[in-house]
Write a protein that binds this ligand. Structure first.
Ligand code: DX5
Ligand code: ZN
Length: 220
């Protein structure tokens, strides 16, 4: 199974983003965390910055929207040309409608679940999504500890995706590092977001390859 490593630029130097994107050119996608200070208690960047990052990034963008009312705001992120746009289940009034509007605009449609959000209501909706993001920390900040309590949910989703035969990626985000990536891979993740572990490394590119190798040993 393919393994994808998506560094989160939340841990990058925000004053030198073009240089920072150059450090992760061997990654699969660049994970961009959009926070609105309402859905999560933190504020990062918005549409004009994502549109510009799209132009300078050597790799496709994986946009993670931690915002209220994705029904209203998510489609415009797809229009920037982002390869993947993920919104939160807890924030969306009509998740299927949002996902369809993302696909219509040429993006992969992802749905994110906070640690306390059950996967069950979404299992029958899997054909509507290209990715499910299982948050492995409470969204809002980088550098938090991986919550292994979310692994049963990942197992459930992995079984459902396999049974369906669909090409739905399973992403984990939060606390992914040399010690935890194998746990998430064993539970069925194939797409790994890593912020502090990649940008905190002396060589981000070497750390990406290390994580890719560790995950590859554990995907099944
Ligand atoms: C957290 C963000 C993550 C964050 C991960 O809400 O969605 O993408 O950057 O950072 P690390 O890998 O440091 O936990
Ligand atoms: Zn994220």
């Amino acid at each position: 199974m393919a393994v994808r490593i998506n560094p989160s630029i939340l841990s990058a130097d925000f004053a030198n983003l073009e240089t920072e994107f150059g450090r992760i050119a061997n990654a699969d996608l660049a994970h961009v965390d959009v926070m609105d200070n309402h859905f999560v208690p933190n504020l990062t960047l918005g549409l004009p910055v994502v549109a510009r990052l799209q132009e300078i990034s050597p790799i496709p963008l994986d946009v993670h929207l931690m915002i209220d009312d994705p029904d209203r705001w998510a489609p415009a992120y797809a229009e920037t040309g982002a390869y993947s746009v993920t919104f939160h289940a807890e924030a969306a009034a009509d998740p299927v409608k949002v996902a369809r509007s993302l696909r219509e605009r040429g993006a992969r449609a992802g749905i994110a679940l906070k640690p306390g959000t059950s996967a069950e209501p979404f299992l029958e909706l899997l054909p509507e999504f290209d990715m499910v993001l299982v948050m492995t920390v409470e969204p809002g900040f980088g550098g938090q500890s991986f919550m292994s309590s979310t692994m049963p949910k990942l197992n459930t989703l992995s079984s459902a995706v396999r049974a369906s035969g669909l090409d739905v990626w399973l992403q984990v985000d939060g606390g992914i590092n040399d010690d935890t990536i194998a746990i998430a891979a064993d539970a069925g993740a194939d797409t790994f977001v890593a912020g502090s572990s990649v940008f905190g490394a002396e060589s981000a590119s070497a750390q990406i390859e290390k994580l890719r190798a560790l995950a590859g040993e554990h995907t099944h």
